[in-house]
Ligand binder design. Structure first.
Ligand SMILES: C[S@@+](CC[C@H](N)C(=O)[O-])C[C@H]1O[C@@H](n2cnc3c(N)ncnc32)[C@H](O)[C@@H]1O
Length: 250
């Protein structure tokens, strides 16, 4: 444990009765959820002899989870280099999905909205062709309406406040062009099978980061924004599963 981390633990212990806690990050906005620290994650991946993406797959879900999710997105959305040239991704983190989409679709333009400064630095070093939009944690304000062929996000919407996720869904519907694709995962009520709820009840403190979206209501909310559900797939999530949902803008 670093000196800074030990100090944070000590301060948090003292603050606990007040209901306040220090968290690693650069903001007090509750819409912006802290992520794993880039430096130690990259170091641990190196020690394990894995890429950061493979390391995160084994750490938070299961080996091959990212590739499986990207394959499902491509297949359900019928996405090819001929149909996708402009991409927007929210919360890429380490860029494990970004890398795979770049290689499968070779878009000429790929923009990201990321709030963690340490991961932005890492992405700037490793994927220098990306366009980094100013991320306010709520909107896709720098992206014109109907301007992208594919907008996607992974392991984000189920772990930020539900109202923030709703705001992003509204924005996702705005930025995708007619005929374009929106793909994201959420913990829908269908994800809550017996084995998932059993894990959640066994480890409740670890699961407070998640929120659950009602699937039927959600598809209706998006249908009102001209997003038609074309398919879905359960994908692994630390502590259960989440549902990848793929929509076409009509
Ligand atoms: C759980 S991580 C998932 C990262 C990546 N998509 C993956 O699956 O490996 C969520 C990511 O979204 C970023 N993030 C957190 N709150 C956000 C917000 N309100 N708007 C945009 N990004 C956010 C975090 O910094 C982190 O990179």
């Amino acid at each position: 444990m670093s000196v800074r981390h030990s100090m944070q633990v000590g301060v948090n212990r003292a603050l606990r009765p007040t209901g306040f806690q220090l968290i690693r990050g650069y903001t007090t906005d509750p819409a912006i959820s802290p992520f794993l620290p880039a430096r130690s994650t990259i170091r641990q991946a190196g020690k394990a002899g894995k890429t950061v993406g493979d390391f995160l797959d084994s750490y938070s879900a299961e080996p091959g989870a990212t590739a499986g999710t990207v394959d499902a997105m491509l297949e359900i959305g019928h996405l090819t280099p001929d149909t996708v040239d402009r991409v927007c991704e929210i919360g890429p983190g380490s860029g494990r999905y970004t890398t795979q989409i770049l290689s499968a679709l070779q878009p000429s333009y790929y923009e990201v909205y990321e709030t963690a400064k340490d991961w932005i630095r890492y992405l700037q070093d490793t994927l220098p062709t990306l366009t980094f939009q100013p991320a306010d944690g709520h909107t896709l304000a720098s992206t014109p309406s109907a301007s992208v062929d594919l907008v996607h996000t992974h392991k984000l919407l189920g772990y930020i406040p539900f109202v923030t996720a709703l705001g992003y869904l509204d924005e996702i519907a705005r930025v995708v062009r007619r005929g374009g694709t929106a793909a994201f995962d959420l913990i829908t009520d269908d994800c809550l099978d017996d084995s998932t709820t059993k894990v959640w009840l066994t480890e409740p403190h670890r699961m407070t980061i998640y929120s659950v979206a009602p699937r039927a209501w959600l598809t209706d909310f998006l249908a009102q924004r001209n997003l038609e559900l074309v398919g879905s797939r359960f994908v692994p999530l630390s502590g259960g599963r989440t549902e990848l949902l793929v929509f076409r803008r009509t």
